[in-house]
Write a protein of this length. Structure first.
Length: 279
């Protein structure tokens, strides 16, 4: 079974040549903001990457995926993202054999899917949750463009994004990482439809907790400050996974918002690229 593109032509170009041209433009912009202090980088657990239309969040996503390209090759890229449509199982692992994009097909790591199923009854194979979901799909063309090696993906859509579920998923990913080399992409946008100053303040507090690997504080800030981060479950799972691997901090690579593109600064959506390097 092949999972066909659901948002090609909407969130990103539906033709391969147009998509590659856009990547060239986005990459040029990303190169101007990409951190220069990564020369000693040896390895990492993964990244947080946004999932809006490429014209809005593409530069931040480019920064995140360019970071992944600096790392040793992984056998599998685990994709964690929110289930925006609210259909399907609470932790839905793709049951497809391949995911299709304008740049070709990427195989799904079915072996790893079966392993995760053995870790918790909360996890289930469920393609319905993925059929029209964009948060994971939009990451795949970036991987195809930036990674110079063959890889598989393991897409997981989260309907339940509570702390208990996220911690269980993070623990399961660590167990998986003891069997094969994986990288994790937690797909999330940050503040939604806030004035620029408010978004920057709220997102700054959230990102501070993310970089401190403070899962409890992360959820507390979301709740107390009413921050509309849409993918908290995937982020929290990545924090748990990174700490289990010996990670000490995350690192903000780049932050921006939709107003930088639209000029409408009274109502913006925040986008961040956050990396999780290992010491």
């Amino acid at each position: 079974m092949v999972r066909k593109e659901a948002v090609a032509g909407y969130f990103y170009p539906g033709r391969a040549e147009e998509l590659r041209r856009l990547f060239e433009e986005l990459s040029a912009s990303a190169s101007r903001v990409f951190p220069e202090n990564l020369s000693g980088l040896q390895d990492a657990s993964g990244v947080v990457s946004p999932h809006a239309g490429y014209i809005y969040s593409g530069v931040a996503a480019c920064v995140a995926h360019r970071f992944l390209a600096l790392l040793p090759p992984a056998q599998t890229i685990v994709l964690l993202g929110p289930n925006h449509r609210g259909v399907g199982r609470r932790v839905a692992i793709s049951n497809a054999e391949y995911w299709q994009t304008p740049l070709g097909q990427v195989p799904v790591d079915r072996e790893s899917a079966e392993f995760l199923l053995s870790c918790s009854s909360m996890f289930a194979l469920d393609e319905l949750a993925h059929r029209f979901e964009h948060s994971l799909e939009v990451q795949v063309p970036f991987l195809q463009y930036f990674l110079s090696y063959e890889f598989k993906i393991l897409p997981i859509a989260l309907l339940s994004q509570d702390r208990v579920t996220s911690e269980a998923l993070g623990e399961a990913l660590f167990a998986l990482s003891e069997k094969k080399r994986i990288l994790v992409v937690a797909s999330s946008d940050f503040s939604h439809y806030e004035p620029e100053a408010v978004a920057r303040t709220k997102d700054g507090e959230v990102i501070e907790r993310i970089c401190a690997l403070d899962v409890e504080g992360f959820y507390r800030v979301l709740r107390e400050k009413d921050v509309s981060v849409c993918g908290p479950g995937g982020i929290a799972a990545l924090l748990v996974y990174h700490k289990k691997r010996g990670g000490e901090r995350g690192e903000l690579l780049y932050y921006t918002h939709s107003g930088e593109v639209t000029g409408e600064r009274h109502q913006v959506v925040g986008y961040a690229a956050v990396a999780f390097p290992l010491p």
